[in-house]
Design a protein around this ligand. Structure first.
Ligand SMILES: [Zn+2]
Length: 482
C-alpha cells in the first residue's frame, strides 16, 4: 500500500469511527481506533541503542532532580503505563526509565527504546496524577510505536553519534542548544522529538488507550492539554511542550472522542494524595532553573578567564557525572576506587585527582592547578594511630593552603572501606573562579602504620546537588588493602 492510499484508508476509518462514536456509543467498547506501525527500516535494537546513547549524554548535560521520593512516584506511574501497553506494541527489549529533570520549563520527552524525561515544571502545573500520567502515556506511545526510527526512516538520516547533541539542541531550543549540544547537527533531534501531526494523533490515541488499560481516565490526557493551554495564556511564552505539540483544541476533541470508544471505569489508580505531597515537596525545594539558565550556566567559567592549560585541562563547561563508573587500581593494589566514566585520572605526587573535563585548569597569575569539580584521593604519613588527632592536623594544613576554607560541620563519623573514618564539610571560595564551593574531606587510618587515607570532594555550591551522589558512590567503592 502506498502512503497516499494509507492516508485515505485512515481518513475513511476516522470518519467511520466518528459516526460510530455518535450512533453506537453504548456498544463502542470493541471499536477503539486501531493503530499500526509506520514503515521502519531499523531494528528494534537500533531504537534501544540510539536512545541509550542519547540518554547518557542528556544525563551529563541536564540537572536531574534526584529526589528519591519523587523519582519513585514517577517511576510507579511509568511502570503502570508500560504494563498497559497493548500487546502488539510491547517490546521486551526496550529499557523504559522515567527521570525527573530539575527545570521549571513545562516539558517532557522520550527517547527511542524507552528513556523518558519529565521536567519538574510539568509536574508542578499538572492538576492531578491523571494529567501527569496523560503526558507520560502520550510520550510512551511515541516510543512504543517507534516513531523516532520511523521518522528517521523517512529522512534516511539516522547517525547514532549525532543524535545526542541534536536532541539536546532541540530540547533546549534555538541557539542555546549550541551551548549544550553540539549544535552542528541541529535538526536531527527533531526526528526523535518533534513529530508530524499524524504521528501526534497516533500517540494521542494510543496514549488514551494505554490510560484506560492502566486504570486512568483517558480524558485526563485531554485535560492536560487544556491545562497546558491555560499556562500558555499566562504570558510566560507558553509551555515548551506546546511548541512540539500544537493544536490543543483539536487534540482535546480527538482524545475525548477516543475516550468515548474505550471501556473505562473512570480513574481507579490515581493517588492524588501522593500527587499533592509530591507537589508540596517540589514547592519546598525553591525555584528550579529554566532551560535558558541551565544553558547559560554551561558557560560558567568563560574561556580565557581560567588562563593557561594544565595537563591539557582548562576550566570550562563541566558535564554532570556519568552514571557509569570506571574502576582504577592504584599504588600497587593499595587502593581500588570507581569514579564516573566521564572523569579523567590526574596523578600527582602523593595523591590522584579524578576530575571531569572542564573541572580543572591553571589558576590566575600562575598560581598552580585549580580544581572546581572532582575528587582527590591520597595518603599521608602520620605520627600516631590516633585518627582524630591526625585528621585535625591534616585539616590545619589544608586550611593553611586554602585561606578561604570555612568549617561547616563538626567532625562526623564515617565508614571508609569497612573501617571507622571521619568526615567534615567546608565552604570555600574558589581562587580561580570566585565561586562558592563545597568541600568535603573524609579520612581513615591505614593499618600497620601505613599512614592515613584521605578523600576530598569539591564542587561549586550551585552544582553540589548534582555531584553529591557521585561522591557518595566513589566513597562507597573505595577498597584499601593494607
Ligand atoms: Zn508527541
Amino acid at each position: 500500500m502506498t502512503a497516499s492510499n494509507r492516508r485515505l484508508v485512515v481518513r475513511a476509518m476516522q470518519a467511520w469511527l466518528l459516526m460510530l462514536a455518535i450512533y453506537a456509543a453504548p456498544m463502542s467498547a470493541l471499536a477503539q481506533t486501531r493503530i499500526n506501525y509506520r514503515s521502519n527500516k531499523y531494528k528494534i535494537t537500533d531504537d534501544v541503542r540510539a536512545g541509550q546513547q542519547a540518554s547518557a549524554e542528556i544525563e551529563r548535560q541536564l540537572p536531574l532532580l534526584r529526589d528519591g521520593y519523587i523519582d519513585n512516584y514517577v517511576d510507579r506511574i511509568g511502570r503502570q503505563l508500560v504494563q498497559a501497553i497493548p500487546p502488539d506494541f510491547q517490546h521486551p527489549e526496550f529499557r523504559y526509565s522515567f527521570t525527573v529533570v530539575n527545570t521549571r520549563d513545562v516539558n517532557a520527552f522520550a527517547l527511542p527504546g524507552g528513556p523518558m524525561y519529565i521536567n519538574r515544571g510539568l509536574i508542578e502545573v499538572a492538576r492531578n496524577e491523571g494529567e501527569l500520567a496523560g503526558v507520560m502515556a502520550h510520550e510512551l506511545s511515541h516510543v512504543a510505536l517507534r516513531h523516532g526510527t520511523a521518522q528517521a526512516t523517512k529522512a534516511e538520516k539516522l547517525q547514532y553519534g549525532a543524535i545526542a547533541g541534536a536532541i539536546l539542541g532541540s530540547v533546549i531550543g534555538g541557539g542555546l542548544g549550541q551551548v549544550i549540544g553540539q549544535g552542528t547537527q541541529l535538526g536531527l533531534g527533531t526526528y526523535f522529538l518533534k513529530f508530524s501531526r499524524e504521528y501526534e494523533t497516533e500517540a494521542d490515541i494510543l496514549g488514551a488507550q494505554i490510560m484506560a488499560r492502566a486504570g486512568y481516565d483517558p480524558r485526563d490526557l485531554a485535560n492536560m492539554f487544556r491545562t497546558l493551554q491555560q499556562q500558555g495564556g499566562s504570558g510566560r511564552g507558553g509551555p515548551e511542550f506546546m511548541s512540539s505539540h500544537p493544536n490543543p483544541a483539536n487534540r482535546l476533541a480527538r482524545i475525548n472522542q477516543e475516550a468515548a470508544l474505550l471501556r473505562t471505569s473512570g480513574d481507579r489508580v490515581s493517588d492524588n494524595r501522593q500527587f499533592a505531597q509530591v507537589q508540596s515537596r517540589l514547592r519546598s525545594q525553591g525555584r528550579a532553573p529554566s532551560m535558558e539558565e541551565i544553558a547559560r550556566n554551561g558557560q560558567r567559567y568563560p574561556p580565557g578567564r581560567g588562563g593557561a592549560d594544565y595537563p591539557e585541562g582548562r576550566l570550562g563547561r563541566v558535564e554532570y557525572p556519568s552514571g557509569r563508573f570506571r574502576t582504577y587500581t592504584e599504588g600497587n593494589n593499595m587502593l581500588r576506587v570507581s569514579v564516573p566514566e566521564n572523569w579523567r585520572r590526574l596523578p600527582s605526587q602523593n595523591s590522584i585527582w579524578y576530575v571531569p573535563e572542564g573541572g580543572y585548569g591553571q589558576g590566575q597569575q600562575g598560581g598552580g592547578a585549580v580544581f572546581t569539580h572532582g575528587t582527590e584521593i591520597g595518603f599521608s604519613a602520620t605520627r600516631s594511630n590516633d585518627l582524630r588527632r591526625e585528621t585535625e592536623q591534616y585539616l590545619q594544613d589544608l586550611a593553611q593552603n586554602n585561606p578561604n576554607l570555612r568549617q561547616q560541620s563538626r567532625l562526623q563519623n564515617a565508614s571508609v572501606a569497612g573501617r571507622d573514618g571521619l568526615a567534615m564539610t567546608f565552604s570555600n571560595t574558589n581562587e580561580a573562579t570566585g565561586q562558592r564551593e563545597i568541600v568535603t574531606v573524609v579520612t581513615a587510618m591505614m593499618r600497620n602504620g601505613a599512614g592515613m587515607f584521605h578523600m576530598i570532594a569539591v564542587a561549586p555550591e550551585s552544582d553540589y546537588r548534582q555531584f553529591q551522589p557521585a561522591f557518595n558512590n566513589i566513597l562507597r567503592s573505595v577498597q584499601l588493602s593494607d
